[in-house]
Design a protein around this ligand. Structure first.
Ligand code: G3P
Ligand code: CA
Length: 265
């Protein structure tokens, strides 16, 4: 089976990450799923921002958890990035939390995804964060509101929760046992890793660097019942490696090119 293609922060090589424009382009390019990072604003909203601060990805400054949604919504999240949509000027002059370049809330992104039942959303909670366990509690409550917290089966689930934090994965498993989870793994392991996961997650989430160094890991994880989600897979040779190893999901900043590589193989 070919790996399914997950757009990492949207089609983020071509549009500013975590903007609706990036996710809309990823869907146009035929991505099977979308990936996003979530953090809590000061007033308790889940927003899709990767870094602890907005400094890199907006025209503002500050720590996400110290800013309210209204303050976050004042900022432009696309101007810093070269790849603007054709109608960028119009979008910038009309910016607000609902347009294509403003801060994206998880609520808005879930709204986009539920309208497309065949597409999956991989939600990564970032840790450590100021509000700790509240992020997972809010996430699960929101998924309940969308009817996505209790899927018929983990295979059918439209949403998967991911984290590098073992404790965060455990919290989600406790709050929403039917929701599939991914334990993300950093680039290098001190010794060759066993395929078992201490969080009890369903999927394992190694980086592509880890698989380049240790391609046997995918089979070891599979032996423990964990299919692999690999990030971030942008080069054709890495896409090929993932296909050869039987990786289930590849997260990429370039969904169109990744699909082309898979189609050509
Ligand atoms: O998809 C997992 C990957 O996104 C983890 O790394 O830093 O890009 O969130 P990061
Ligand atoms: Ca991420």
């Amino acid at each position: 089976m070919q790996p399914a293609v997950v757009a990492h922060r949207g089609a983020s090589a071509h549009r500013a990450e975590h903007t609706l424009a990036a996710y809309a382009l990823a869907l146009d390019q035929g991505a099977d799923g979308l990936e996003c990072d979530v953090r809590l604003s000061r007033d308790g909203h889940l927003v899709c921002v990767h870094d602890r601060t907005v400094d890199r990805t907006s025209n503002g400054r500050g720590v996400v958890s110290t800013l309210t949604l209204a303050e976050l919504s004042e900022l432009d999240y696309a101007g810093w990035h070269g790849g603007l949509p054709d109608n960028a000027d119009e979008l910038i002059t009309t910016r607000n939390s609902h347009n294509e370049i403003g801060v994206l809330t998880l609520d808005e992104l879930l709204g986009l995804v539920v309208e497309r039942p065949g597409k999956k959303l991989f939600i990564e909670t970032k840790h450590p964060v100021r509000y700790g366990a509240l992020v997972e509690a809010k996430l699960v409550a929101m998924l309940h509101r969308f009817g996505l917290a209790t899927p018929k089966s983990k295979e059918d689930s439209q949403v998967l929760m991911m984290s590098f934090s073992v404790r965060a994965v455990r919290r989600v498993r406790q709050h929403a046992p039917g929701l599939p989870t991914v334990e993300l793994l950093h680039d290098f392991s001190p010794t060759t890793r066993d395929g078992a996961l201490s969080s009890g997650a369903d999927y394992t989430g190694p980086s592509i660097r880890m698989l380049r160094n240790d391609p046997g890991y995918v089979a070891r994880a599979a032996a423990h019942g964990h299919p692999t989600y690999c990030w971030t897979v942008d080069k054709p040779e890495d896409v090929e490696l993932c296909r050869r190893l039987g990786v289930r999901y590849v997260a990429t900043n370039r969904p169109a090119a990744t699909r082309e590589t898979l189609a050509a193989g």
